[in-house]
Design a protein around this ligand. Structure first.
Ligand SMILES: N[C@@H](CCC(=O)N[C@@H](CS)C(=O)NCC(=O)O)C(=O)O
Length: 204
């Protein structure tokens, strides 16, 4: 049985969504943030030195980093390639990995800067300008990629999990008023049966 170490308010609901898409049995373990610092606490640091979630435990394997967790889960538990292209189709696989790593690698940083600026009422002009222009750049790009497709690579793949997460963060930061395609995409993702099931197991 896979254990999902889940910190309340964060991305591990999206990891539960993937576990549900793969029809895997898992046990969520819940952790709470320190109310003052909004950081994780010693209980999660006892699981992983960084004290960050998601972390999964599968037998003797303890794994962090959402993109690495996704890669591991699909490699091990999706032999029929329902949620990802076959590695032998190297170009499709390469494009899939591009969209898999893009949310954490590129999109999240300006969203985090924006989140911190909003939370602290900080008005640093240079940071504001940087995060605002980066956020537009990335969400224009994601919207362009989606085009008329339902999902980021046409059919639903595991890459949609990370993309939907950053779209949700952008929506919560009120950046998506000009992006109806992305709002529809987020609704489509959240309406998936697996997402709904994850929400019943793992609180946001
Ligand atoms: N790059 C990591 C980021 C993990 C991360 O920062 N998780 C947040 C929750 S969304 C967290 O645990 N924050 C608590 C803290 O930093 O104290 C991933 O993709 O999993």
């Amino acid at each position: 049985m896979i254990i999902l170490h889940h910190l309340r308010i964060g991305r591990s609901l999206f990891c539960a969504w993937l576990l549900e898409e793969l029809h895997l049995e898992y046990e969520p373990k819940e952790y709470f943030r320190n109310l003052k610092t909004f950081r994780s606490q010693d209980d999660l640091k006892a699981v992983h030195p960084l004290g960050k979630s998601p972390v999964i435990e599968d037998g003797s394997l303890m794994l962090s980093e959402s993109s690495a967790i996704t890669t591991y889960l699909i490699e091990k538990y999706d032999p029929e390639n329902k949620l990802h292209p076959c590695r032998k189709q190297i170009n499709s696989w390469a494009k899939f990995t591009q969209w898999l790593h893009y949310p954490e690698g590129s999109v999240f940083a300006p969203l985090l800067i924006d989140m911190l600026l909003q939370r602290t009422n900080d008005s640093s002009r240079r940071l504001n300008e940087f995060s605002a222009s980066e956020i537009n750049l990335h969400f224009d790009y994601i919207q362009e990629q989606l085009g008329n497709n339902n999902y980021i690579l046409g059919e639903f793949t595991a890459a949609d999990i990370g993309i939907a997460y950053v779209v949700e963060v952008a929506d919560k930061g009120k950046h998506l008023a000009q992006y109806p395609v992305l709002l529809n995409y987020l609704t489509r993702c959240k309406n998936r049966t697996a997402f709904q099931k994850a929400k019943l197991r793992v609180a946001e």
